[in-house]
Design a protein around this ligand. Structure first.
Ligand SMILES: [Zn+2]
Length: 142
């Protein structure tokens, strides 16, 4: 995509390091065999800038499911709420791992809406997490 060309290698490295080399949404490790992408949290189409304060490391899937959205329905209240913003919000405030580590549970309206919109518990991810748990890679400690 053309928008990726505007992100320098240095900026990408900063984004990846800040994210601990994990997807900022589903927390998948950056070793899944496919390079992660740099997500504009506020999309460029909505005026989002290409700078560290608006960029988040994301797996391809989360980035695709998010698309140009910045809000989604909270499945509990059916209200439109902002999606999780990894640049300014703390992951653990909005999400928690299920006891078996396989699923992400939204703790807040933002968390619940993001779990649904980005399909953070899709069957592929749950299968992968099962393997990562056996390999000692999951759930993330941070
Ligand atoms: Zn992801």
């Amino acid at each position: 995509m053309s928008r990726r060309k505007t992100i320098s290698a240095r900026l990408r490295r900063q984004v990846a390091e800040r994210a601990g080399h994990r997807c900022s949404y589903c927390r998948s490790p950056e070793i899944v065999g496919m390079p992660m992408v740099v997500d504009h949290v506020i999309p460029q189409s909505a005026g989002g800038i290409t700078a560290l304060e608006n960029l988040a490391l994301a797996c391809y899937r989360c980035n695709e499911f998010k698309g140009a959205r910045t809000s989604a329905l909270d499945p509990q209240t059916s209200e439109m709420v902002p999606l999780f913003n990894p640049c300014v919000q703390e992951w653990h405030r909005h999400f928690v791992w299920s006891d078996d580590g396989l699923r992400i549970i939204g703790r807040t309206a933002v968390g619940r809406a993001t779990v649904e919109a980005l399909r953070l518990n899709n069957e592929w991810l749950v299968s992968a997490r099962r393997i990562w748990i056996r390999a000692g890679l999951h759930p993330p400690l941070e």
